[in-house]
Write a new protein. Structure first.
Length: 403
């Protein structure tokens, strides 16, 4: 003969009960009794799941059935989560309750959500880093995305200058506020430990004691939890990313360390690219400056060649004009005052022309000015000659030296 249905139900491995409208347990199977015994309470819904279970029972009695996921309120930590399914029997003013442990399912779902969010954030970090070439901008972008998946208000990016034996901190966050810090000599702190070992480090409690055991002398404000990862380029440590807490312990886990490792790999690649871009920019600037100097030298050579030819063609007749003017002034007995003034003016103009041609013959910096007709001409006053730089130069020469 088959067993009675009630006996079959009571033999289920999941906790099962029949409860009254008041929440009293009328029937409990062995699985429910074991659960209540483990939790140290009576096998009653309210003692196992608290007031939310009584509210769920009331809804089942009104609507015929109800279901919900509830966490145990009794027993040792961590407490499991159960899915409760209630079917009411209005004629008997009671309900049957089936309880299934869904802790592992909820945990798996939560892990999947965390993984999905982590991958989304890591993708955004990759995009943000690919668009940023300034080191300070990198630090800000990394922190903005990191806090979406790791709970921290304290973060820093450190860069290592192996040649100068210095560690610099372009930007760092302490208690949620951005700070600046100058470089410091390479010492024996947590940052330097990661630079030497090139391995991640997670210290969740007793930071001072564990640092002492590792031979580390922490620098700055003492932390209660610390996690850091080196930035590696071709297996060489170029810096460190670290997060820390100054109040809590056990803040970070293996998953956080794994995420920070991925962020550090992306950051190292971005810093390498930023340095290559900066190096290329410096080379371009140097090349541009050299090209400008060569063009200026070529332009100046053309000017001096033209001036040399002009000096020959101008100075010869000019010398004759100046010489004759001087002879006339020496024998000026028969000259009127008006003629004498005109000859002196001729002689002064000739001297001015000689000074201009002499300066142009020794130009070392030629300056042009716009001239009507969409062209430019040599600005003699602002151009600089070697004679002016050699001693007692004009104001324009002094200005040229200052620039």
């Amino acid at each position: 003969m088959p067993q009675e249905p009630s006996r079959l139900l009571l033999a289920l491995p999941e906790p099962l009960a029949v409860v009254s409208a008041a929440g009293d347990t009328l029937v409990a199977n062995r699985a429910l009794e074991r659960l209540a015994e483990k939790c140290g309470v009576a096998p009653r819904l309210v003692e196992l799941f608290g007031e939310p279970a009584i509210e769920l029972l009331g809804r089942a009695l009104r609507e015929g059935e109800a279901r919900a996921s509830l966490l145990l309120v009794a027993g040792p930590e961590p407490r499991p989560r159960f899915r409760l399914l209630l079917a009411a029997a209005p004629a008997q003013n009671a309900a049957a309750v089936l309880m299934a442990d869904v802790t592992s399912q909820v945990s798996l779902r939560r892990q999947l959500l965390v993984r999905d969010r982590t991958l989304t954030v890591l993708k955004k970090i990759g995009v943000a880093l690919s668009e940023t070439i300034e080191i300070e901008g990198l630090a800000e972008r990394i922190y903005e995305q990191t806090i979406r998946i790791i709970d921290t208000r304290n973060f820093y990016l450190a860069l290592y200058d192996r040649q100068a034996q210095e560690v610099s901190f372009p930007r760092y966050v302490e208690d949620g506020r951005w700070q600046r810090m100058t470089s410091r000599p390479f010492q024996n702190g947590l940052t330097e430990y990661l630079l030497r070992t090139r391995k991640p480090l997670l210290i969740n409690h007793n930071v001072s004691e564990q640092c002492e055991a590792l031979g580390i002398a922490p620098q700055g404000r003492p932390s209660t939890a610390w996690m850091g990862v080196p930035l590696l380029v071709n297996d060489e440590a170029i810096g460190v990313i670290a997060i820390q807490d100054f109040e809590r312990t056990h803040c970070y886990g293996p998953h956080d360390l794994e995420v920070l490792n991925i962020i550090a790999a992306q950051t190292a690649a971005s810093i390498k690219s930023a340095r290559l871009v900066a190096s290329a920019r410096r080379a371009y600037d140097e090349l541009s400056a050299t090209q400008a100097r060569l063009l200026e030298a070529e332009r100046l050579r053309g000017v001096t060649e033209a001036v040399g030819a002009m000096n020959h063609e101008v100075n010869n007749p000019l010398a004759a004009i100046a010489g004759n003017a001087q002879l006339l002034l020496r024998n000026s007995d028969g000259l009127s005052a008006d003629v004498r003034v005109k000859i002196e003016a001729i002689l002064e103009a000739a001297g001015r022309i000689q000074r201009v041609t002499s300066k142009m013959a020794t130009l070392i910096q030629a300056t042009s000015v716009p001239y009507p007709g969409e062209t430019t001409i040599l600005d003699v006053k602002r151009s600089v000659s070697s004679a002016e730089l050699g001693g007692g130069g004009t104001s324009s020469g002094s200005e040229a030296r200052a620039r």
